[in-house]
Design a protein around this ligand. Sequence first.
Ligand code: OXD
Ligand code: MN
Length: 583
Amino acid sequence: MNKFVEEFVKKSSGLTKPDRIIWIDGSKAQIDALRKEACSTGEMTKLNEDLLPECYLHRTAVNDVARVEDRTFICTAKKENAGPTNNWKESKEAYAMLEPIYDGAMKGRTMYVIPYSMGAVGSKFSKIGVELTDSIYVVLNMVIMTRVGQNVLDELGESSDFVRGLHAKADIDAEKRYICHFPEDNTIMSVNSGYGGNVLLGKKCFALRIASCLGRDEGWLAEHMLILGLEKPNGEVKYIAAAFPSACGKTNLAMLIPPKEFAEKGYKIHTVGDDIAWIRKGKDGRLYAINPENGFFGVAPGTNEKSNPNALASTKQGTIFTNVVHNLENNTVWWEGLDKNPPKNAIDWKGNPWSGDSEVKGAHPNSRFTAPAINCPCISDEFENPEGVPLSAIIFGGRRAQTTPLVYEATDWANGVFVGSIMASETTAAATGAVGVVRRDPMAMLPFCGYHMGDYFKHWLEVGEATEKQPKFFNVNWFRTDDEGNFLWPGFGDNMRVLDWIIRRCEGTVDAVSTPIGNVPNPKDINLEGTNMTEADIANLLTVDKALWKKEAEGIGEFYKKFGEQLPKQLATELDKLNNNLK
Ligand code: OXD
Ligand code: MN
């Protein structure tokens, strides 16, 4: 027992007034009992034990289906600590505002105390959290997504060094929904939601927003990145971390299946993580990364045997499905894009009778699976390695119909940070075919950076200065289209062809062509074996249109103005260099 944890539980239960308090020890018996209880109240539904063993279905309230960026706050003493890209509240005012909302919120309910570790228990990378919640759904998701149990408290010992999280469902009132982070107190308060990204406090709230602040103070990086290992035919494995905004294919890239021609030669991809990377310098001067999570909280629609067989396989056991279709024919689940056989007799994500002939979608577009990482057929042997994996390359990427080539390489670390800082993703205005609206999303961290983004860029630059053996930076864009809006690049497994070039650049075994924005491949160096694409197609995907980039540079200049004095000089210099190169 840890007196700081006890104090936190006492203070929080004094406020929320639960009928009972249960400590989660992570044992199978306790988890099974909670699953039973959740099924008895209708909070969860047990699925077909033969087809989906130990799998459950849950439906959230219809007004509570996604992360709520407009109700997510960074609460600090001073506004400038949160910076221009975050919603801010003064800490004391935020606590005072939250208090009446939490007061008595757990009356008639049970408070569960979840001690959890982000990262393998005992690794020097890892951090401990304690989440208090009145939701069994949250407990059972946290058990999949993090390492939960008594061993975490044992590891914590007498230390006060843990992140405090208080979640209460309250009335799921969207008007009183708040996801508040107090990085100066290592505290998270989430109320009036039951949706994963808002309530599984280990994920975005701790592992990105709070951890980005811890990383700033302790000299490491908390990033919205997948981590994969690329095994070459000689058995050597090279590791890559890659940041993409949500819905740009991180889980698919992390679990990529190489095209036949590569697989036959012995190329393989090993998944270390699909969403979050904690990165710090190792003794040998290289950067090492861990995935602090223990499961995948993936988007279900579009996941199928072709797009991502490894993700699908990961959901076949011990998985919680949220807001998908309940197939009553065999008590399993279905979602749009799973296969071409929607069930005839089913219940949709809102709980209404539904069949494949219905006009409306059966699964919510943001319906999810929470699956144990260990289920993934291509999970890396290094997944639990407490030392992490050494990074050869860091990739940034977004969804751009135009402008950004299939792949380009930054010229050095500062230029790489610049490339990450100007990341953007387009929304497609499909009806008119107009060019999409660009949202700048630096390093895919816009919704997740817990402090001033200008300082975050500075921190990235400082980490580079302290790193003797730096990984190389690249930018990719799988989403370039032709004039009719057709994708020019097949994506999915074929992205292996780009990863192959990236690794060869890291090894110095292939040349590149200099452009105003960085180095692009010679088209002949992208291995097209087994495709019907030509070198000319690749050349077309690699063009750097100066007129478009001049417009882009203007947009970057506008965006950078937000950061005022806190924009690091090196980044302003990088923008000047880009403008000069474009002259
Ligand atoms: C996200 C997620 O929204 O990973 O980025 O859930
Ligand atoms: Mn994410």
